[in-house]
Each structure stands twice: as structure tokens, then as C-alpha cells.
Write a protein that binds this ligand. Structure first.
Ligand SMILES: C[S@@+](CC[C@H](N)C(=O)[O-])C[C@H]1O[C@@H](n2cnc3c(N)ncnc32)[C@H](O)[C@@H]1O
Length: 302
């Protein structure tokens, strides 16, 4: 057995409510959740592969023809009769599980965010509301009948609004829109982002893509982890999907606890995070999803 060295990652398979109810009070420094948005649809991503075929419908390098083959479908249902009734006990647990200096992030979209904000004001207190972060992107079809919605909403609540982790110096800098209006030094350094974060979606062809529907970009999640938690802290995501929070946490020296009730998600996480030898609860990975220990692991090097 490889020795798991910090940071650690734990992946739970099952409905999140009974699982998180078993966790002790104030045991996490940062909680981020990205529940299904209640779009009423099944969120699905078909995985395809191209194979050489003289009669194929795609033409590639040097005029070779290729055929598209469907190799899998990753999907989960995004449909609740009572979305807020489903969310409320989970938000109450999130409050209980947060340490006093901890922060909670709820990632939703414009369809539910206002209802959820009222609910969170009731659970955390209105003073605990810190920001509504708008993640703005620019991808996909545009409506001809109204302004196309191209953003998600991330509500930030601090358990204690007078004392919470916020690592200002670790915020990444972005370019000024009008660098000519500031000094050369300032322009070179860049500025801190506001509550509106421009970032592309996970590219369908990029290295980051896991194939899991609704996967969030590491660029957004890395910033949350870096600024709102300290190295060595514990982070929880109980709607973990492809495990973006897990990857961001581990790579930045934080430990992660991840929960999902879709076996497809757990498999994707097992593969994505195997470099850190996850501990599984309620599920056993098949051998090909378990990383071989490296020489350094086997001699117990940190
Ligand atoms: C929007 S996705 C999360 C995507 C994730 N943030 C990422 O970057 O990949 C929501 C996830 O919540 C999971 N889920 C829905 N209801 C759940 C429940 N009751 N318990 C645990 N997980 C649940 C779904 O299986 C899905 O993987």
C-alpha cells in the first residue's frame, strides 16, 4: 500500500445528505458546492472518437477520411420537483460543518440564485453575505429574442464576516483594460479582479477536459481555493462531479473531501485524482483506476 502523504483526498459515493451529516461540526475551512442547476434536463456529454474510414464524414490531415464513433455517455439528471426543499437541509449542514473562519460558496445560475440567496441569508445571517461572484464566459449560441445569458453566479458567505480567510496577496493579477491610463509599474503588475470573473469554459478539446458534463474550469476554482483557504486546510465539495475542487485543492497543498452519488462521477474523479492515491468510501475502484506507487512513495518520502 502506498503511504498517502499530505495533502490527502477522500472520495465518497452516495447521496450527500446522510454522508455529510456524519461529519463532525466545524471540520472544514472551505466548502464549495455546484449542485445541479434544476434545468429540468439530463446533463449529458457524449464522448466520441474518430477512426480512419474511407467513407467517413470527416476529412483530416492529408485528406484522410475519418468516421466518428460514439464511445460513451456521461450523464446525470438535473431535474428536481422541489429544488429548494432539496437544497435547504444541505445548506444547513454546510453551515454546521464550516469552521468559524471558513467560507461557503454556492455555484448556481440565474434561474435559482435569487431564491437560494434568500435561503442562505436565513441560514448564515444577512451580514455573512460577502459577494455574488459573476463568472462570465462567451461561448455557444446566442439568442435573437433576448440578451444571451452567459454567466454563472457564485454566492460567497463567510461564517463570521468579521474574521475569515482572505489571502489578498495570493490573488492573481489581470491586465488593465486601459493600461495607458496607469503608471508603467501598475500596468506591468496588473490589477486584482472584481466580483466579475471573465474566464472561458472548459474547452471541449483542451487538456483539462474530463468528459464529465458541467465540469468547471480550474482557473475559477484555483482562485477560490488559493484566496479563501490556507495551505494544509480541508476543503469539502459534496456535489463533486468530475472533482475539479479536488484537483485544485491538492495541487495547492490543501486536502479535499469529495462526495457524489453518480458512479460515473466517482470513476472520473478516481482517474483524475489517482496521482494523490484517494481514499474511497462506499466504492471500490477497479485496478486500472489505482495508480502504481512511485519509488518515492514506496520509501515514504514526503
Ligand atoms: C453540476 S455537477 C458538479 C460539477 C463539478 N463542479 C465539476 O467541476 O465537475 C453536480 C453533481 O452533483 C451530483 N449530485 C446530484 N445530486 C446529488 C446528491 N444528492 N448527492 C451527491 N451528489 C449529487 C451529480 O451527480 C453531479 O455530478
Amino acid at each position: 500500500m502506498p503511504q498517502t502523504s499530505p495533502p490527502t483526498v477522500e472520495i465518497h459515493f452516495g447521496d450527500n445528505l446522510p454522508i455529510i451529516r456524519d461529519f463532525p461540526d466545524e471540520s472544514f475551512d472551505l466548502i464549495y458546492i455546484d449542485p445541479p442547476f434544476n434545468t429540468g434536463k439530463t446533463q449529458a456529454r457524449t464522448q466520441i472518437r474518430t477512426v480512419r474510414d474511407e467513407n467517413g464524414d470527416r476529412v483530416g490531415y492529408k485528406g484522410q477520411r475519418y468516421r466518428t464513433v460514439r464511445v460513451g455517455l456521461k450523464a446525470f439528471a438535473d431535474n428536481f420537483d422541489d429544488f429548494l426543499g432539496f437544497l435547504e437541509p444541505r445548506l444547513e449542514e454546510a453551515y454546521r460543518l464550516l469552521k468559524t473562519t471558513g467560507s461557503f460558496f454556492l455555484h448556481l445560475d440565474y434561474r435559482e440564485v435569487h431564491y437560494a440567496k434568500v435561503m442562505l441569508d436565513g441560514i448564515f445571517g444577512r451580514d455573512s453575505f460577502m459577494n455574488e461572484i459573476i463568472w462570465a464566459y462567451d461561448y455557444g449560441a446566442r439568442s435573437k429574442k433576448k440578451w444571451s445569458a452567459k454567466h454563472d453566479n457564485i454566492l460567497w458567505y463567510a461564517k463570521d464576516p468579521t474574521c475569515y480567510t482572505y489571502r489578498y496577496d495570493d490573488i492573481d493579477r489581470i491586465p488593465y483594460m486601459a493600461p495607458g491610463l496607469v503608471t508603467k509599474e501598475k500596468a506591468e503588475r496588473g490589477k486584482t479582479p472584481t466580483d466579475t470573473w471573465w474566464h472561458t469554459i472548459v474547452s471541449p478539446n483542451g487538456k483539462e477536459k474530463t468528459g464529465y458534463p458541467t465540469q468547471k474550469p480550474l482557473g475559477i476554482i484555483n482562485r477560490l481555493i488559493r484566496v479563501h483557504s490556507n495551505p494544509g486546510d480541508r476543503v469539502l465539495d459534496f456535489f463533486a462531479g468530475s472533482g475539479t475542487i479536488g484537483e485544485a485543492a491538492i495541487r495547492q497543498g490543501r486536502s479535499a473531501v469529495l462526495v457524489d452519488n453518480n458512479e460515473e462521477a466517482v470513476k472520473v474523479m478516481a482517474k483524475r485524482l489517482r496521482f494523490d492515491y484517494p481514499r474511497f468510501v462506499g466504492w471500490t475502484p477497479s485496478p486500472e483506476l489505482v495508480a502504481e506507487p512511485t519509488l518515492l512513495d514506496s520509501i515514504g518520502a514526503q
